[in-house]
Write a protein that binds this ligand. Sequence first.
Ligand SMILES: [Zn+2]
Length: 200
Amino acid sequence: MTQKNDIENLISLFSKLPGLGQRSARRIVLHLLQEPEIRLHNLIEMLSITKSKIVTCEECYNLDIISPCNICSDHSRDQSVITIVESVADLWAMERAKIFDGTYHILGGALSASKNMLPNDLRLPKLIERCETHNIKEVILATNATIEGQTTAFFIMEQLKDLDLYISRIASGIPIGGELDYIDEGTLTAAMNSRKQFDN
Ligand SMILES: [Zn+2]
């Protein structure tokens, strides 16, 4: 077996990134290597800065360079409302759409037997603590419109039902099976605006 050379290893590393395959990985590596002193240098610099600064928010589990993150510490936002999402990508989708000016809570996934995501894997203790101690008035369940996302939304509602909260679920606009990160901003806006009170 021949040893892969370093350039091939780099291409292989890039090709494993989400959304990239072998062909785009090769194009990126070639682009970087054509002006390594500038392109590769800048990339290394930015990766290194990001690695040294990035932290997980102690409140909502967002990724940022401060904790509590810029959203949790922004008092021009409505700190009494929490939108619950599965992932940081979903939070970014909401922020891109500029449809919500409250705070978030990132679950880290959805309940799933196949992915072995169990209730204890969701970041619920912190969510309940926030609801109890931060004067939270409304919780919006914005988990994906997949079976896992729906199951998770019902499960969380059960966990929160004894607290004095208005609980809503994002509604129409999100296609069944749809993941927030892939939905255009108009559709996401419609879904947020037409959210309904969530109950059994
Ligand atoms: Zn935060």
